[in-house]
Design a protein around this ligand. Structure first.
Ligand SMILES: NC(=O)c1ccc[n+]([C@@H]2O[C@H](COP(=O)([O-])OP(=O)(O)OC[C@H]3O[C@@H](n4cnc5c(N)ncnc54)[C@H](OP(=O)(O)O)[C@@H]3O)[C@@H](O)[C@H]2O)c1
Length: 251
């Protein structure tokens, strides 16, 4: 099967292309690095020609409110139109658990817009909602840093390894369109401030993490369970400690 992975050079995309290739599929990584730009449409028609499935695991280069909305809206419109013209039978996009509860954030308003276009679009679809990647915890810390202090709400979070995200996306890619949302999450819950404290301490980062219930998360306040998946979410195997051991051994 020819499967086009938009964002195939990214964190999830590169793992997904490798996993689909291992299963014997023709997995094509498509992104500006390989001459395919979903925002401008460059190279898109040729890339999706003959594809059975298109998987969108791209991300916006800028998380600034207007830029990220423009990215996900225009890219998704261009992608769906190119897929309709090429007769693609399944569009899959990766989004985030809790997106619908995070409309106070510019980034998540853009993800909501992406999902709405897919749901009302012409292609049979699947949307995978994943929780925060372990690999993303450092970026959460950076986004919440003021000087040497990291201010975070002590809410619950159930993060997962990017490799497990790619495996889950791969499984959905090879099945029929679910015409809805599949949720995947990590095996354990943490308090967000505690998780970031552990991540920083593992790399001897001296920043102090302060628990503040009103601290914004990508522009919006969080409630206790905003970031948690539903009870029927598929749970990944890799624990944070296991991942941290591998990440530390590799660095
Ligand atoms: N971070 C999290 O914790 C989390 C949790 C759940 C879901 N997600 C979702 O996961 C998705 C993938 O995230 P990621 O961290 O794997 O992304 P990433 O590593 O930042 O990779 C982004 C990818 O998007 C591509 N891209 C950028 N501009 C493009 C354009 N104009 N046209 C086509 N491709 C373009 C990049 O291509 P080049 O390399 O060629 O520039 C790159 O391959 C995102 O949609 C995000 O919302 C993230």
């Amino acid at each position: 099967m020819k499967i086009v992975v938009i964002g195939g050079s990214g964190l999830i995309g590169s793992k997904l292309v490798a996993k689909l290739g291992d299963r014997g599929h023709e997995a094509v990584a498509a992104s500006p690095a390989s001459g395919v730009n979903t925002l401008t449409g460059e190279g898109l028609a040729a890339a999706v020609d003959g594809a059975s499935v298109v998987v969108d695991v791209s991300n916006a280069p800028s998380f600034e409110d207007a830029a990220v909305l423009e990215f996900f809206e225009t890219s998704t419109r261009n992608l769906l139109a190119a897929e309709a013209a090429a007769g693609v039978g399944h569009h899959l996009a990766l989004s985030v658990v809790g997106t619908e509860r995070l409309a106070g954030s510019g980034y998540f308003r853009a993800k909501i817009a992406q999902e709405k276009l897919i749901e009302s679009g012409p292609i049979a679809y699947s949307i995978v909602h994943a929780t925060q990647f372990f690999e993303f915890v450092a970026r959460i810390a950076d986004g919440a840093t003021d000087g040497t202090t990291v201010r975070l709400a002590p809410v619950l979070i159930q993060p997962m390894a990017a490799d497990d995200v790619a495996s889950a996306v791969g499984r959905v890619t090879l099945g029929p369109p679910v015409k809805g949302i599949v949720e995947v999450a990590g095996p354990q819950q943490f308090r967000l401030d505690e998780l970031v404290r552990r991540a920083l301490s593992a790399r001897d980062d001296p920043r102090e993490v302060v628990a503040d219930p009103h601290a914004p998360y990508f522009g919006t306040e969080l409630q206790e369970r905003t970031l948690l998946p539903a009870a029927d979410a598929e749970l990944a195997r890799t624990s944070y400690d296991e991942w941290l051991g591998q990440a530390t051994a590799g660095s």
